[in-house]
Design a protein around this ligand. Structure first.
Ligand code: SF4
Length: 69
């Protein structure tokens, strides 16, 4: 399963597995400054603080989002 990587800095990277994403939009509603579904790349991890990114990633209903520290 392909997982895409969106690096914030050397300490934190957001992972996204498109085939798992149900496009429920929870991420976009929670952190619209980070998730931009119409753009490429659609995730801008530099726009969010690590703690808010983590708590939002844990709320992704499909498990498509993850992170690496
Ligand atoms: S919250 Fe998760 S499942 Fe929903 S759109 Fe975002 S990445 Fe996809």
């Amino acid at each position: 399963m392909e997982t895409k990587r969106y690096k914030k800095n050397d300490a934190f990277t957001i992972l996204w597995t498109p085939s798992k994403c149900t496009h429920a939009g929870v991420c976009v509603k929670t952190l619209p400054k980070v998730y931009h579904p119409r753009d490429k790349p659609w995730i801008l991890p530099e726009e969010g603080e690590i703690e808010e990114l983590k708590s939002q990633i844990k709320n992704c209903p499909s498990g498509a989002l993850g992170f690496e520290e």
